[in-house]
Design a protein around this ligand. Sequence first.
Ligand SMILES: C[S@@+](CC[C@H](N)C(=O)[O-])C[C@H]1O[C@@H](n2cnc3c(N)ncnc32)[C@H](O)[C@@H]1O
Length: 217
Amino acid sequence: MNPRALPPTASLASAERHGRLNAAAAERNAAAVIRMVRDVVPATGRALEIASGTGQHIVQLAAALPELIWQPSDVDPARLVSIAAWSADSPLANLRPACRLDATAPGWAEAHTAQDVILLVNLLHLISGDEAQTLIDESAKALAFGGIIILYGPFMRSGVLTSAGDLAFHASLRDTNPQLGFKNDMAVLDMLKAAGLTPLEPVEMPANNLALMARKL
Ligand SMILES: C[S@@+](CC[C@H](N)C(=O)[O-])C[C@H]1O[C@@H](n2cnc3c(N)ncnc32)[C@H](O)[C@@H]1O
């Protein structure tokens, strides 16, 4: 996916110094995301974050899980600058420079093989169903055997939007582009299976989010 129209609430971040962006949502959910990731990832190996955004999550993840080598990525040049700025503020030997990665472009896995962890936070609702399947298919190729993919974000539960906030946000995405919007949790589990992955038990997260996970066995 390349820059596309989104409602103003979809990807909010305010500018700080040297290109550093600050997303209040990323700060709010960072501790819960890190706890959830820590529970399911291996102690060592390679971890790719897709759509790293401002970089706020990955600098905290790399600090919290120092034996994993963390690779940040995003499609947006401004976000890549922000990730570099956050990384410079917290230099860590296990945090690689951010790279440009369009996770909806077929073929990206070839340049990112042998990942033990692939993490995606808050993107699936901002892309189409077909793009989500491409992202998952490529992730399945990029994972090492035994590796895990973690998809965090807002989802429909068995086709149902389960809070007033979810209903409003989903409607605003659909009004902007009918292909966008919350994915159904069951449909995403099917996408993971279609990509040859084995889904794990979903984890309930704060603010009505879910972490959907699958392993490459
Ligand atoms: C809502 S933000 C989430 C950022 C971060 N993961 C977080 O939770 O704070 C969505 C991010 O997805 C990125 N993005 C959008 N389309 C993408 C694509 N096709 N491939 C990779 N990243 C993409 C945007 O640039 C943005 O940084």
